[in-house]
Design a protein around this ligand. Structure first.
Ligand SMILES: [Zn+2]
Length: 499
């Protein structure tokens, strides 16, 4: 079994995620999160909100999921949000053309032109993979889910990204929240993409969650407070296929990164990924080539992560200039300009965008935190960092009888005021530890006969299996130290070890 198969197996067994609407047969591209998956996903989202929105005093919004057609006409999605497809002339099967060719021909990279796809198919004599029939010429297929509003079924779409709601809300939020640039607005929400043939589980879904930040600024003031503090930080960039390690300050100076704002957020992303458990040597930023960059963008840089599916793109950063607001101003006739006091004139703000998928990140994280069986631990487990472990603590009464279960429930209720707590009172203690490790529970507390006498418990650390003896109020203290980033070896020294 390769890594993603092992993870899928464990995910199904432990309710992390699974295909939606299972009794009707799995439809590709749709997954539900179970109780364990939801806890992890919410923690990722909350950490993102803290690091990208709240800590800097930015604003969070939630916009509608169904979007009227004119909005997406203005954004360009109605005319150009697609993948190329070819059809079989005989059996009418539709295939995504670029990935079909890439699967057949090593090193194929699509240049974005339909003609090039036709040429390769012709030259290599590629046929329908199902019936060997002849393939039609390539054409673009729009990836939006179309729907209709009201009795007239006025055209609308499931939103293809969360950004457009932020752009259309910009004038109001600007007016109501300080009438000053820079202004940044974040959103965590669902979006949809009608993938032609989704594969790769959480990596390619038809409905998924996105975390987006739109940073509105005056193009004459592209600096950002706090950049100097991070300017020496070294990040890895892939430029024209080659990896370079560069301080972010240098990267801005050399114009690999267009400005400080862009650079500041790349550093933030790097930190965020490390905190949620992505392994640092397996991630880098890829600077997109000119022919991959939209015409209005001054630079696009993606985060790419190594997985058992190969390289997965997990974050898109784009300097979108004034394109979006100008388009909405033009089509809606609304006023999207702001008055800049220092320049005594109205401008359309420029936008820097951070856009990341939660589900893809979650998948990468599951892979990077997965640990194989060893001599000491005869089970597979997840080494989730404390901030994203589904449960910070599990509480186990040694036995159900003699008041131990009651005491354990009392402790559980107390801890639930602060943390996500797993309670289990059946099975052997060893088995309960193993089950907790399998879903990455950070610590396990055992309630035994001494607990009834002196209110002390043992707390076991997931990674080492070591235990210390502490009082009940100290449980909260220990977990908080973990969440602040302290290591087990420094924590355990302050308490009595237990074996
Ligand atoms: Zn066919």
């Amino acid at each position: 079994m390769n890594l993603h198969e092992k993870i899928f197996d464990l995910a199904l067994k432990r309710s992390i995620f699974y295909p939606s609407n299972e009794p009707y047969g799995a439809v590709a591209g749709f997954y539900d999160y179970g109780p364990v998956g939801v806890l992890i996903k919410k923690k990722i989202e909350n950490l993102w909100l803290r690091m990208f929105v709240k800590n800097d005093g930015h604003h969070e919004v939630q916009c509608s999921f169904i979007t009227p057609e004119p909005v997406l006409k203005a954004s360009g999605h109605v005319d150009a949000f697609g993948d190329p497809i070819v059809e079989c002339e005989k059996c009418r099967i539709k295939i995504r053309a670029d990935s079909f060719i890439a699967d057949k021909i090593d090193g194929f990279e699509w240049d974005g032109k339909l003609k090039s796809l036709d040429e390769v198919i012709e030259k290599k004599g590629l046929k329908c993979p199902r019936c060997e029939g002849k393939l039609t010429k390539a054409h673009m297929f729009n990836l939006m889910f179309k729907t209709g509003m009201g009795a007239d079924r006025t055209p609308a779409y499931a939103r293809p990204e969360t950004a457009q709601g932020i752009f259309t809300a910009f004038p109001r939020i600007y007016r109501n929240h300080g009438t000053k640039l820079p202004l940044a607005i974040g959103q965590v929400g669902r979006r949809a993409r009608n993938e032609i043939s989704p594969r790769k589980g959480l990596v390619r879904m038809r409905e998924f969650t996105q975390m987006e930040l739109e940073y509105f600024f005056n193009p004459n003031e592209p600096d950002i407070k706090g950049f100097r503090d991070v300017s020496d930080l070294k990040l890895r960039f892939k430029i024209d296929g080659k990896l370079n390690v560069m301080g972010i300050g240098d990267a801005v100076k050399k114009e690999v990164v267009p400005n400080q704002i862009f650079g500041y957020y790349l550093v933030r992303e790097w930190e965020f990924y490390k905190q949620v458990g992505i392994s640092e040597p397996e991630m880098y930023f890829r600077v997109l080539r000119k022919d991959e960059t939209p015409h209005y963008s001054k630079r696009n840089i993606d985060m790419e992560v190594q997985t058992s599916f190969g390289i997965v793109e997990t974050i898109g950063n784009a300097y979108r200039t004034d394109f979006d607001l100008s388009q909405h101003a033009k089509i809606s006739k609304g006023d999207f300009s702001v008055f800049v006091e220092s320049e005594k004139k109205k401008i359309i703000p420029h936008v820097f965008e951070v856009s990341m998928g939660v589900d893809r990140l979650m998948f990468c994280m599951l892979e990077h935190c997965f640990r194989e069986r060893t001599k000491e631990k005869d089970w597979e487990w997840f080494d989730f960092p404390p901030v994203v472990a589904p449960y910070e603590v599990a509480v186990f009464p040694l036995m159900k009888k003699d008041g131990l279960a009651e005491k354990a429930k009392e402790v559980t209720n107390k801890l639930r005021e602060e943390f996500d707590v797993l309670y289990r009172d059946s099975g052997s203690i060893g088995r309960r530890y193993a089950r907790a490790d399998e879903i990455g529970v950070l610590t396990s507390v055992t309630i035994d006969y001494d607990t009834l006498k002196d209110d002390t418990v043992t707390i076991r650390y997931r990674n080492s299996g070591e235990q210390i003896r502490i009082t009940i109020p100290q449980i909260i203290e220990v977990i908080k130290r973990f969440k602040k980033g302290e290591s087990w070896s420094s924590i355990k020294d302050d308490y009595k070890s237990f074996s």
